[in-house]
Write a protein that binds this ligand. Structure first.
Ligand code: GLU
Length: 469
């Protein structure tokens, strides 16, 4: 293990969305850096110039920001470092660890065919041909002079020792004939120069770790600690795909999940602390160790995510939730009027117990945000018989004199009203509820009254009891 402060990084390629697997990788890198008092860095692997638009890069910044996993230093852009990558290739050439390969496409095709027939990897005749044997004007690639024998062992923190036979690794190309550096070279040079001590990433990069180890050694650089995380699978155990639902971080945001619930949930995908289901960031940071990541693929479990999100919704500051819920209502073009923030802050604590997402919170708060006079559904109008109207009118007058507009006081007032009237709550409760909610989902009567506030509650009663002619 490098004898330096821990530096981890996330190195996403901007593709236009941020996959949930990338989010989990970011989280594990972030947790490990925090756990060890080290640094967490971001590198944008933007060498695919067509896909790497400013917009696609922004998606990554936004995703990390939303998740609360921002890097400790400004991002490094890989494409901007091509000169540095080429310098490393020059160094490898100078050290005799790399060579120029002038094979033509035709020669390469013949060699590829021969290699396939003989069950071996391709080999370039230029590996052992010294300088002077070629025409400088011919196009060439630069290849790494990989060891031909022995094995390259990746001591992976998650997978254990993974062995690669060197005879199965061809002399990988470091520099293409157009002078552009290849992926594995760029990653090694960048990780080295960013001081990365621990490479924690998806196990689809395990083979690259062998290649990259050879490049590190050829450059005489210290090889980082590897930790390759198992993929995230869908609930049915197959590789996560569109048919399993959301995959992009932004989709989870749009579906009303809170970032702290996502962090808790993602931390549980492949890592855990005993049976603890719910833990804070501080606990995760204190407990997290890369060695405890399990090597079996983790399965996405929507019920667990919903359960966690409900937990964090119940804990969150109502003012913060109100802002999120306003965003949901706006995205649905639901008309908002003055005072909606205060209404939401009052209503959210009364409806959040059953909410799995902020979308549920939005559904549960519609009744409170409606504008007077409410349109009452047929069924509600049916409840408003003469008798009930008269009763609600007496209740309205009682409520007007109600000093404390709080759930417990209002519950008591409603109960004693029913007693005084000599009827059960069922005689007027449903009608009152319909008048207050306009038929939308609403909390219990006292809760609905508190959500609306006294003035609005009395106003809604007045509208229903003396409808405008
Ligand atoms: N850019 C790679 C990816 O998005 C990650 C490379 C790495 O972490 O080394 O999969």
């Amino acid at each position: 293990m490098p004898d330096r402060p821990v530096v981890t990084r996330i190195a996403p390629s901007p593709t236009g969305s941020m996959h949930i697997g990338t989010a989990r990788t970011a989280l594990f890198n972030w947790l490990y850096a925090r756990h060890t008092g080290g640094k967490f860095l971001l590198r944008i692997e933007d060498t695919d110039r067509e896909r790497s638009t400013a917009q696609a890069v922004q998606v990554i910044f936004d995703g990390l920001k939303w998740l609360g996993l921002e890097a400790d230093e400004p991002p490094v852009f890989q494409a901007a470092r091509a000169d540095r990558h080429r310098e490393a290739v020059d160094e490898l050439l100078a050290r005799g660890e790399a060579y120029r390969c002038y094979m033509t496409p035709d020669e390469l095709a013949i060699e590829r065919e021969a290699a396939r027939a003989e069950g071996r990897v391709i080999r370039s005749p230029w590996r052992d041909r010294g300088a002077g044997n070629y025409d400088e004007a011919q196009p060439y690639v630069v290849r790494l002079k990989s060891p031909l024998e022995g094995e390259t062992i990746i001591e992976d923190q998650v997978k254990g020792a993974v062995r690669f036979q060197n005879k199965d690794l061809d002399d990988l190309i470091l520099l293409r004939s157009d002078g552009t550096p290849t992926y594995n070279l760029a990653v090694v040079v960048d990780d080295h120069e960013m001081g990365v001590t621990h490479v924690i990433r998806g196990d689809d990069h395990l083979n690259n770790a062998a290649r990259q180890t050879l490049i590190y050694r050829a450059l005489g650089w210290e090889v980082p600690v590897w930790a390759h995380l198992p993929l995230i699978h869908g609930p049915d155990g197959t590789k996560l795909s569109k048919r399993h639902g959301a995959q992009a971080v932004s989709e989870f945001d749009d579906m009303g999940y809170l970032p702290e619930a996502m962090r808790n949930y993602l931390a549980k995908l492949g890592w855990g602390h005993g049976d603890d289901e719910i833990f804070s960031d501080d606990q995760a940071i204190a407990w997290f160790d890369i060695k405890d990541v399990v090597s079996a693929p983790a399965r996405l479990d929507w019920d667990k995510l919903n359960h966690l999100n409900n937990h964090y919704i119940r804990k969150a500051d109502p003012a913060r939730l109100a802002k999120l819920v306003i965003g949901v209502h706006q995205s649905r073009d639901f008309p908002l009027h003055d005072g909606h923030e205060a209404i939401l802050e009052r209503t959210i604590p009364l409806v959040r117990d059953g909410a799995k997402t902020t979308l549920d919170l939005a559904d549960a708060t519609v009744f409170a945000l409606k504008r007077r006079p409410l349109e009452l559904p047929e069924k509600a109008l049916g409840l408003l018989t003469e008798e009930t109207r008269a009763r609600l009118s007496r209740l309205r007058n009682l409520l007007e004199t109600q000093p404390a507009w709080e759930v417990a006081a209002l519950e008591a007032a409603l109960r004693s009203f029913a007693e005084a009237e000599g009827v059960g709550m069922g005689k007027f409760g449903p009608a009152l509820r319909a008048v207050l909610s306009g038929g939308s989902p609403a909390p219990d009567l006292a809760g609905a009254l508190v959500s609306l506030g006294k003035e609005e509650s009395l106003g809604r009663l007045d509208d229903a009891l003396s409808p405008p002619a």
